[in-house]
Design a protein around this ligand. Structure first.
Ligand code: UDP
Ligand code: MG
Length: 167
């Protein structure tokens, strides 16, 4: 079954110049990239993305991590991968959450580390299941950023919307 999944190259992945390596590893899945953009991650976006972890002791540090405060890289590369069993294929190649427990040849096993504060800096995010993928893709992308309508859309006419355009 065709699925879509959200992938983020986290600030540590960018800082370590791993974008190319990670994309090469992900290309082993033969999935299609159907959306990609650099995103400056606000605290609000970070807290919404990780809201299921709000009660964890590491939550505050996790927000600092994903917003780029720990790496002086206030951005992530957000992408949507699409194709047969996309969620499982990407999770497999990404590896376990804890980089020490991850398969050594997975992306997290190869490139992740645990900080002295105990945060798993595991270089990428990948959606866990279809429900999470839908919530996360809708959070990070608007329909026009994605080259196919993954979920139902509606067209609305906006008036007096402030928008930057090229001069
Ligand atoms: N995380 C952490 N310590 C933990 C659990 C999670 O630092 O004990 C971080 C890690 O960066 C992880 C993110 O929080 O990728 C989100 O956690 P989740 O349980 O959703 O793992 P994932 O889905 O990313 O494998
Ligand atoms: Mg998760």
């Amino acid at each position: 079954m065709n699925q879509q999944t959200l992938i983020l190259i986290k600030p540590d992945g960018l800082k370590k110049s791993l974008t190319g390596n990670i994309l090469t590893r992900l290309s082993e899945t033969k999935l299609e990239i159907i959306a990609a953009k650099m995103v400056k991650v606000s605290k609000e976006l970070a807290e919404e993305h990780y809201k299921h972890l709000r009660d964890k002791p590491f939550f505050e540090e996790l927000i600092k991590y994903i917003t780029g405060e720990l790496h002086d890289r206030k951005k992530v590369l957000a992408m949507v991968y699409w194709g047969e069993d996309a969620i499982t294929k990407v999770r497999e190649i990404a590896g376990a959450t804890n980089p020490e427990e991850a398969n050594p040849v997975s992306i997290r096993g190869q490139y992740g580390r645990i900080t002295t504060k105990g945060i798993y800096e595991n270089v990428i995010h990948a959606s866990t299941n279809e429900e999470d993928a839908e919530r996360e893709i809708k959070l990070w992308f608007s329909p026009e950023d994605i080259i196919m309508d993954l979920y139902p859309v509606k067209v609305i006419i906006l008036e007096k919307v402030q928008k930057k355009i090229w001069v």
